[in-house]
Design a protein around this ligand. Structure first.
Ligand code: BYC
Length: 312
């Protein structure tokens, strides 16, 4: 297909709200946007293993340890599906990984905050995975087939993750006064950073309009943030805790939830690499990458042997 026919085919797919598949012609800018978003998403999943992996050895019971290990493994799996989806666009995984460990690629701001107590495992599951679900369910309808299909399974697993976080907080909240305070402190720490996961405000979001026109993003950053606040307001009551924001209200005119101001300078600092844990997260990823070199080499050697056997 030449470029003119390809563009016409792509435009028709967009107009019909259909799926674009890897072999379809697509505009270079669409391809670049997808590689950017999907690889950033994959990086977030594997960097996101760190704050929770940090607590596996200190989980308060064998049951909690087993659950947390399964969750952290799920995040590695999400990274795998997403790197695979991004590779279908022609960018090799090594290249994406190099960009991450060289500090050139973005990953979600949220994972540059420390998990300082066991209650943070509850707050991460409830708030961070909750925000992830809110942002990612619409991505199951993204126009690029491999991304949308990967998101279906990821969202199912994220729902389990969110419930396990909720359950940790509920148990702490129903425990002693000290335990309840631990849960409240964790919610206080993770609330604002989890709202920032949805990205900058709409009037400061350079990519949103085009990504929405391409049916990659279905809702704007502020729209999803507002929905998330509405969900959390109900759930926090069941937990017997509070959200650290006395400006949350439902606007009857716009029919949207509103929240208090967020510190967007802090967000920019974190994106610029100056969050509390940026350096530590990248350093850990680099050493894990180096430690895993022999596994990659062994897998490649095995694959080459298999291929040679088939060719012979
Ligand atoms: N952190 O124009 P905008 C998880 C960047 S994993 C860092 O609004 P866009 C989990 C943005 O990339 C959760 N950077 O961009 C894992 C852009 O920079 P570039 C990860 C951010 O792409 C383990 C610039 O700011 N979820 O849940 O239209 C354990 C301008 O923004 C952030 C995803 O990746 C941020 N928070 O919208 C537990 C979901 N926000 O690239 C849980 C998929 C913005 O132009 N991604 N930036 O240099 C998306 O939905 C969209 O990419 C975003 C941003 C809503 C995040």
């Amino acid at each position: 297909m030449d470029d003119t026919a390809g563009q016409a085919n792509f435009d028709a797919l967009m107009a019909a709200d259909s799926r674009v598949e890897p072999r379809d012609w697509m505009p270079e800018a669409y391809r670049r946007t997808l590689v950017r978003q999907i690889s950033q998403h994959a990086h977030s999943e594997i960097i996101g293993m760190q704050p929770e992996a940090n607590w596996i050895t200190r989980a308060p019971s064998l049951r909690r340890k087993a659950i947390l290990m399964a969750k952290v493994q799920d995040e590695a799996g999400h990274g795998l599906y997403l790197y695979s989806a991004a590779e279908t666009l022609g960018t090799p995984r090594d290249e994406m990984m190099e960009a991450l460990i060289a500090g050139k690629a973005r990953y979600s701001s949220i994972f540059n905050y420390p998990a300082v107590s066991w209650a943070d495992m509850g707050a991460i599951g409830w708030l961070v995975d909750g925000a992830a679900i809110c942002n990612q369910v619409p991505l199951c309808r993204a126009s690029y087939g491999p991304y949308a299909r990967a998101m279906v399974r990821i969202c199912k697993e994220e729902s389990f993750h969110q419930r396990q976080g909720f359950e940790i907080l509920l148990e702490l909240s129903r425990g002693s006064a000290v335990q309840k305070q631990m849960a409240q402190d964790a919610v206080n720490r993770w609330y604002a950073p989890s709202l920032m996961m949805f990205g900058p405000p709409d009037d400061d979001s350079p990519n949103s309009l085009q990504s929405m026109a391409w049916n990659i993003k279905r809702f704007s950053n502020d729209e999803l943030r507002s929905r998330f606040v509405g969900m959390m307001v109900e759930q926090v009551e069941v937990l017997g805790l509070t959200l650290p924001d006395d400006q949350i209200r439902f606007n009857e005119e716009t029919k949207k939830w509103e929240h208090g101001p967020l510190d967007w300078n802090e967000f920019k600092d974190v994106l610029a690499g100056h969050g509390p844990c940026n350096a530590q997260r990248l350093e850990r990823r680099r050493s894990a990458h180096d430690d895993g070199a022999w596994v990659r080499e062994a897998a490649a050697a095995y694959a080459a042997k298999q291929q040679a056997a088939v060719a012979a």
